[in-house]
Design a protein around this ligand. Sequence first.
Ligand code: HDE
Length: 700
Amino acid sequence: MHDDRSSLQDPDLRGHGGELHERAGGGHPRLTTNQGIPISDNQNSLRNGVRGPTLLEDFVLREKIMHFDHERIPERIVHARGSGAHGYFELYESLAEYTHADFLQRAGEKTRVFARFSTVAGGAGSVDLPRDVRGFAVKFYTQEGNWDLVGNNIPVFFIQDAIKFPDLIHSVKMEPDRGFPQAASAHDTFWDFVSLMPESIHMIMWAMSDRAIPRSLRMIEGFGIHTFRFVNAEGQATFVKFHWRPKLGMQSVVWDEALKISGADPDYHRRDLWDAIESGDFPEWELGVQLFDQATADAFEFDVLDSTKIIPEEVVPLKMIGKMVLDRNPDNFFAETEQVAYCPANIVPGIDFSDDPLLQGRLFSYLDTQLKRLGGPNFHQIPINRPVCPMRNFQRDGHMQMSVPKGRVAYEPNSLGGGDTPRECPERGFTTFPRQNDGQAVRLRAESFADHYSQAGQFFRSQTETEQNHMVLALSFELSKVETPYIRERIVGHLRHVDETLARRVANGLGLETLPDAPPAAAQPRHDLPPSPALSIIQKAPKTIQGRMVGCLITDGVDAALVDQVKQAVTAEGAKLKLIAPKVGGAKAADGSRIMADFQLAGGPSVLFDAVVILAAEQGIADLLLEQAAVAFTHDAWQHLKVIGFSQPAEPLLEAAGIKPAMRDDGVVQIGPNGGADRFVAAAKNQRIWAREPKVRLIP
Ligand code: HDE
């Protein structure tokens, strides 16, 4: 509800308004127009006679429809689909040695934040689980202004220079003549661009890994990508790269699951984040920094200004400096998540940019885009964008000016304004680190940016066998959607520089009879970079079901004590148990009690859960065998490598789903009155039974 009476500053006016604004019937506040005029009838427009034409003078109708007609603002050109939440950042220890940023000085200090996670390619109404990069943007409301860390869940980017960004985005978005595909990189124009842009190959490796299909926004890493600078009180600079690490660990879905979730629950990530925060299960990330000096930077074979490169953690370890906790959902999606305006140029004293040409371009783009999206230069006054510290300057007027500056003076220096008008502040004001630049004006890329393949190969070789299989499958899938054969072949040619085995396997996955030639490489790729275990999801996966969701399919006649046993075992580990039944009204347990369901079977497929339990009873199993949704529930759980708990009467359903006793593994656990729930939970902590995959999927 919109109630803006607080803007009536004058107490006399307010008193008068108060009397007039007595409550409407039933104790509700009165409904009014935007001018505060009470509305008598919100069901019928004003007409000339009960069956006559509507009168133009109906200002209530006109105002309401006019406002409605203008409800939409331009969606973000990229990252349009997003979900946000409020929270705080808490510093572990003072970083005064490296930076004089005010909010990084005092251990234990909390700073308010607003985070927004997003997909890149799709429109605002697109699904949550395309194969895509995720945006990870955080606004820190510090006492010395807003700092925006606008990053992604992948630490490298597709391009090295901002001038290529519109081309990259045009290639991945819907093709301009046909207006499809929506939110998908699996089409000709994207791969055409990539095949002609070798610098994107490293990022392609990440985008074809399971990082691009996360299980939950609560389970993604985040990266500032570019090299930034910390500057301390003595003016000494240290290079810094920012990393977010999720407390719940990283986890992804499998690709077939992503395809099905997109249909079953297009809001899968948005709902998951919202529900977790609503239930008090607050997502957390640690903020880590990689700190290094100029000499270290100079010693690398790659350039720290090149956003297509990482600094392996094994080379420069992460220092964890604090944690972010998201503990409050937005009150209003539009006002906050949609209107929040991030900008990498929002930086505070003590942090500074680097000359990364991608970052430099971003410093222009974000401010510019907000002018279009939010309609004018005063978007910083929208509550979600406002700094929490005082904000004073002599800018004035403009569209939608919300503040009412007083006095004659809107310039500086001035002598008419008196002592209250703001002045510049050399001691604490933002100063740019005096970096030395004495080059010529050229449109040239440095030689140090030339190696496009070595780290791509390092990434591939750092993955477990399972993860490598997924990359081969993803590349085969994406390129199979490309209609133009020579584009597929060009990509395989690039892959030969990354890793010859990878190239052969993808060629096999595409049914190519001969291996295409590799294109000339700007710099000879290295194939001996040591693997970095930190790049693998599986090698870092915690053994846990914390924050996960277990789906339990029940039927009439179910043993209520068994449901209880499973629920206790699951919730004791910090996961949630959701009940699925043929009818949403639930099931009648053997003891006559009614157990309410959270999902009706057709709306609760197993793709929505991390592990499943089937507590069918003899009474209900015959019906389930006739219901494809029940068979698919079980079969999908199996082929998505999930842990399946079942009670003995569910045996025929497992058989109907093709899970024959001889093929079962440690991930199929019988649960009965004598136990089994604990064994189920122990198995589910592995998250997936990766060893099952070759039994259910052909891997090239
Ligand atoms: Fe962005 N990007 N970007 N980007 N970006 C935008 O700003 C842009 C890049 C990222 O939740 C836009 O407010 C250029 C890298 C996120 O609201 C726009 C270049 C990274 C978000 C824009 C890049 C990002 C955006 C669109 C190449 C990871 C969403 C709407 C130089 C470090 C923030 C808007 C949110 C949004 C431009 C490259 C992350 C058009 C020109 C690299 C997370 O200004």
